[in-house]
Design a binder for this molecule. Sequence first.
Ligand code: SF4
Length: 260
Amino acid sequence: MSTIIYPSPIFGPVHSRRLGISLGINLLPADGKICTFDCIYCECGYNAQRHTSSPHPPRALVAEKLEEKLKEMKANSYAPDVLTFAGNGEPTSHPHFYEIIQDTISLRNIYCPTAKISVLSNSTFIHRPKVHEALRMVDNNILKLDTINTEWIKKVDRPTAPSYNVKKIIENMKAFKGKLIIQTMFLKGYNDQGENITNTSETFVKPWLEAVEAIAPKEVMIYTIERETPASHLRKASHEELDAICERVKSLGIACQASY
Ligand code: SF4
């Protein structure tokens, strides 16, 4: 297994399949992972293998390092297309997420006004008013909804809180009133317990589409595994499968892009 842990608080820029030239902002520690999910496909590895007791990087440090990097990029005439909150876990778990979003918007406006701000979140904190408000301020509020099947979620996304309730997540997604992008992982194969976790079949796709229609996001991004995963028996969904799902989303009048 060779999963990745990202530098913190700034990494890249990297060329993202979905987002273009992306400067990463990692609000988690540099020496491990902190996430409210423990996805078997997580490119950072399983939570238990990446345990850390280090704190989140302080707000002031995030702003300082971001400004330093944006100055350097500007001096080299290399502007980011997007500032992406991602990295070693769940960005909205940072106690000063709201303030950091405010700082990032200010710095973006100074150094790279055309760059978008994206947040990749697993949606577990979107019920918190401050997190909701912060996510409404960014250009791309990208929220994970891999399925609505509770058993699958327990086997694959593996929320760390027993209170996780996908129905509540869907209701909280609706509260964004279209100002969100749904991100969904489609994959095939088996988890470490030998259970089939393929979610490309009609059993999974149809109810997921119904939920997507009810949430009415401005866009859907579907993707499949790209790098090594902690569970070793996972396979990519095929181009054809992703394209077919993409077309079904589009037929609902919702923009959709697939990354293979
Ligand atoms: S939500 Fe993202 S960071 Fe968290 S375990 Fe899943 S893939 Fe990894």
